[in-house]
Write a protein that binds this ligand. Structure first.
Ligand SMILES: *Cc1c(COP(=O)(O)O)cnc(C)c1O
Ligand SMILES: [Zn+2]
Length: 378
């Protein structure tokens, strides 16, 4: 029905091969003709699995799901410009990563995986641990030692074995890679089934806009799992002749950690080394994104762009969002900051995903609120 295809040497493998990278070391993509039939999907419950013919599983009895998805799309005035906010922080584990985890763990179940490994700086670990619990698959999650407390508690509560790794984010990946020599590597960055879940973000927006594509999307970008997934989703719609034009993709990175910005602007063929400056946008603080080139390709192919935002701009946007009733984690406010300063046409249908729940970052947010109050009063 489709293949795993190597991004480097074009080698092909079966979708049922329990591998997460090519023999040559390259990362894999999935080639698969997604079927989207308006009549079928309209007769089904409003969950991301209403598009199941577009998701490469052999047997739907393997689906691992909480009936998640179909998050609200709500129109708001953002600094006097109209935008549609997609409330993807309303997933069972509190972030859009559940889209990817639901498909990835379904496929793991289908291929008989009984023990898996993931590494993450937070939300992906929470999502994978949650769906592994539902599927009764044993799960080891590797995280950097400084991961926020709420996410650590969440991962442990789901029953995953939590491994705290000292050193950098890449030390954590190395530890996970070592463990993955023995068990299935359910990595959200390496494993392309994750992107077959995040692509449902595009389908839902299309349906919620009365079967139309938006004009422009602002996507928070670290490893690019939402950006690349959304791109695959809109390509599927185009291949099924359900939309005419692709929307423009605007990738948003933190000024303090913007390797893809440099790669794109300087047209590099590799992900450049950058300084590691801390940022409030922890969810997109990825200094060496595996799929950096692929992200840049999405931007060029859609006539899109890439924008960086400062921690100050993110904080202001976070407070702005809270004041209009939306409580999200700081990373998610980055797209609002980007939208507010980016020149768009007033007729453009613009999409801003809100990716992570504010309840995961209470202490950080409280701190930001206090900081801003003091600034106002001084
Ligand atoms: C993971 C995450 C992102 C960005 O995802 P990437 O795959 O790293 O591009 C954005 N927001 C939140 C809240 C996240 O957890
Ligand atoms: Zn290869």
């Amino acid at each position: 029905m489709g293949d795993l295809v190597c991004s480097k040497c074009n080698a092909r493998y079966s979708l049922n091969d329990k591998r997460w990278r090519c023999d040559c070391g390259g990362y894999l993509n999935i080639e698969f003709d997604a079927e989207i039939n308006i009549e079928k999907i309209g007769s089904r419950a409003p969950t991301m699995w209403r598009y199941k013919e577009a998701i490469p599983l052999d047997d739907y009895s393997n689906i691992v799901s909480f009936n998640e998805g179909f998050t609200p799309l709500t129109q708001c005035d953002i600094y006097s410009k109209k935008a549609f906010l997609k409330l993807d922080y309303l997933f069972p584990s509190g972030s859009y990563k559940d889209r990817g985890a639901s498909v990835l763990i379904s496929k793991a179940k289908e291929t008989g995986v009984d023990h898996l490994i993931e590494d993450s700086s937070g939300n992906a670990g929470c999502a994978v641990a949650s769906y592994a619990a539902k599927a009764d698959i044993r799960c080891d999650i590797y995280v950097p030692q400084d991961t926020s407390a709420a996410k650590l508690s969440q991962i442990q509560a789901y029953g995953a074995d939590l491994h705290m790794v000292s050193g950098s984010r890449s030390d954590t990946s190395d530890a996970a890679l070592k463990a993955a020599e023995h068990y299935y590597y359910a990595s959200h960055t390496w494993n392309p089934f994750f992107l077959q879940g995040t692509k449902t973000f595009a389908y839902e927006i299309w349906e919620q806009l009365n079967f139309n594509a938006p004009d422009i999307l602002f996507i928070p970008t670290g490893n690019g799992t939402l950006l690349i997934g959304a791109y695959i989703g809109f390509c599927d719609l185009k291949n099924n002749h359900l939309i005419k034009n692709m929307p423009k993709f605007i990738a948003v990175q933190s000024e303090n950690c913007a390797p893809v910005y440099k790669l794109f602007k300087e047209n590099l063929s590799y992900v450049p080394e950058i300084d590691n400056i801390p940022t409030i946008a922890e969810g997109i603080a990825i200094n060496k994104p595996l799929r950096g080139r692929q992200i840049a390709e999405v931007i060029s192919k859609t006539n899109g762009d890439i924008v960086t935002v400062s921690d100050d701009e993110i904080k202001k946007s976070l407070v702005y969002l809270s004041k209009i009733g939306l409580y999200v984690e700081p990373t998610s406010a980055s797209v609002v900051a980007a939208f507010s300063k980016y020149k768009t046409n007033s007729s453009d249908i613009a999409i801003l995903p809100l990716t992570g729940n504010g309840l995961k970052s209470n202490e950080k947010i409280l701190h930001i609120l206090k900081e801003m109050e003091t600034e106002q009063h001084s």
